[in-house]
Design a protein around this ligand. Structure first.
Ligand SMILES: [Zn+2]
Length: 401
């Protein structure tokens, strides 16, 4: 069996402690930190695709991939998030889509080859025009055409699997998944970005099929469209190889992971790669404002590599099969979380730290004994409880109103 097949197999194996894969961290934010973008306008118009246009930028992309591999990542996501017809079209270079996606796949392959390590490549299937905006998702015909084009190019360039990521609504996710399936026999994963959870019984809980257990816990994880995660799992369970939460706060992702694991009855690989941002406004656009500055998102100050690793440890204990980071999560974050989840004391005895325990311990802010009876020995959870309570219970917005 090849190294890559062994890695793929690990995604579905259930063992004591974390036996899944470490994913990489953010790419666009990492490139910005490295000074790859010539100006703000380039960044907010083409974002991470801009780095593929010149050799210096391409070397920076390869180096970022390499930094993540050296930090412990076993799965890289291609730097193709902004390589959609719509985004490239803003700079009049939509005709270069295939070339740029080809560059991105090659850079990931070269980084892995030069590292000498086993690592998978996931082809990114992103929102086609704007992130975080379910209200701006295209119609079915445009989604199908856009995603089939990207999936075809990714398949041609030899990705190991498809990651339909930062999906904001079920329609968008279903279209990206269907296109991946239509163009390839490789595994397909879907990662969604979450809104602030809603209380059970609120109007935005649109589905009667929400998992009863989530109702009893008072809070329901929802996509930015307001659709419950349980509904996503019900609709796409047969089509995907696994579900993830990405590009939202680790607080929202923790509740989301628990509800995904329940909705899939722990039968599907589930994972998290959260971001490092302050809440994302509901009307956000990357190129908002005349000079594009309106699209810049703020990096929160309380998510050091050590703090993020505490969340990662909790996700590993809950049963996550994939753990990494999204925007603003750096190679150093990945290095510390890799060390943490692979070497945490008693890794084989923390199976009692169930998802339900974790959520009980965090959402019930009036019951301070909850933390003590939770059975979760995660110092991250204990230390984070007050903030989690405030965020998850609506005391502070996870995603801005
Ligand atoms: Zn992100």
């Amino acid at each position: 069996m090849s190294s890559n097949n062994k890695l793929l197999q690990r995604l579905t194996q259930k063992g004591d402690g974390f036996n899944g894969l470490v994913l990489d961290g953010g790419m666009g934010t990492e490139l910005k930190l490295q000074g790859v973008f010539k100006n703000l306008n380039e960044y907010t118009t083409l974002w991470s695709a801009a780095a593929l246009l010149h050799e210096e930028g391409r070397q920076a992309v390869k180096q970022a991939h390499r930094d993540y591999i050296d930090a412990g990542a076993q799965l890289l996501i291609t730097n193709t998030y902004a390589c959609t017809t719509e985004i490239l079209g803003k700079a009049g270079i939509e005709h270069r889509q295939e070339e740029l996606i080809g560059h991105a796949c090659r850079l990931a392959q070269e980084a892995i080859a030069e590292s000498g390590k086993a690592c998978l490549i996931a082809g990114s299937m992103p929102p086609l025009s704007v992130s975080y905006r379910p209200d701006l998702v295209a119609d079915d015909a445009l989604l199908k055409a856009g995603y089939e084009k990207i999936a075809t190019i990714l398949e041609k360039n030899g990705v190991d699997l498809f990651m339909c990521e930062t999906m904001t609504c079920i329609k968008e996710a279903a279209a990206a998944v269907s296109a991946s399936r239509a163009c390839s026999s490789k595994p397909v994963f879907v990662a969604v970005t979450l809104d602030k959870p809603v209380k059970a019984g609120m109007k935005r809980r649109r589905s009667e099929r929400a998992a009863p257990s989530t109702v009893s816990q008072n809070l329901t994880s929802v996509l930015r469209s307001g659709e419950p995660l349980s509904e996503l799992a019900a609709q796409l369970n047969e089509q995907v190889n696994g579900f993830l939460i990405n590009c939202c706060s680790p607080e929202a992702a923790t509740l989301g992971l628990q509800q995904l694991l329940e909705a899939t009855r722990h039968q599907k690989p589930c994972g998290v790669y959260a971001n490092h941002f302050e809440p994302i406004p509901r009307d956000w656009k990357l190129d908002a404002g005349g000079d594009g500055s309106g699209g810049l998102l703020t990096i929160r100050s309380d998510l050091s590599p050590v703090e993020y690793a505490k969340y990662a440890q909790m996700w590993a204990d809950m049963g996550a099969s994939m753990i990494g980071g999204c925007c603003g999560i750096s190679p150093e974050h990945i290095r510390v979380l890799t060390e943490t989840i692979n070497s945490r004391p008693g890794a084989k005895t923390v199976k009692t730290a169930t998802a339900t325990d974790a959520t009980d311990a965090t959402i019930d802010k009036d019951d301070h004994t909850a933390k003590r009876r939770s059975g979760c020995n995660s110092p991250g959870l204990e230390g984070k409880s007050p903030d989690l309570v405030a965020d998850l219970d609506g005391g502070a917005a996870i995603e801005a109103q």
